[in-house]
Ligand binder design. Sequence first.
Ligand SMILES: [Zn+2]
Length: 249
Amino acid sequence: MLRFLGLLTANSGVVFLLALVMLQACGTTTQQTKHVNASYTKIWINGKAINLGGDLTFKNLVILEEALQTLQKHAPKSVRSINSINFINNADHFPYNQRAHAFFDDICLYEGSTFYPDGSVTHVEIDLETIWHEVAHAYTYILGYRFLDEWIAIAGNVYQGERYGFYREDYEEKIIAGVVSAYGLMNEKEDVAEWVEEIYSYNRGLGSVFNDPKRIDKSDPRFLKKLELLYKKEFISREIYEKIKPLLR
Ligand SMILES: [Zn+2]
């Protein structure tokens, strides 16, 4: 494990892959839930150091590594927009219902169990989708209002604010209004992050609206326009853009 940590601090994607292979070689589930040495506080992605904080398990380090390497390949500017990623196991850190957030270049991710008085338990784990979503927020902060104004010009008057964003079950049947999830109806920033999350999930073979393009209202030109803007602003590579485009026509 010490050697593994040494490799992780090296500045090379190839070395990183080696480290992952080593982790898998020794990776029983007990190993994976072990915690990373507290002195290990940075992850290097192509010369960019990202500070890591909080309670980091090996399992989450592997997930983080994959999420960031994918972005490094398809959206390197978005990786450079992050300064730190904190792994938080205290739900009180987050406002109600929130399990991750990005504040400028700092990202916080929650993992843990919540025990309710009625005896029920919900367990939240960190996944690739959440990391892609939060990095999209951080990168949106860097791009600023010039990007968001362009986005809103395409989106139109669809955002419903925090109160209504969660409650659109009908939305899951038909994907309409240029917005890829009900959560994206909350505001333009969530809309952008949901788009990025759905695109990278599709690219990785995970659950995504793009797996079922029949549900998408393709008569609405906003879908294609938003995809084009995400490509123009370098949230996605040409390769991914070309993969999604046929699904929206
Ligand atoms: Zn969000």
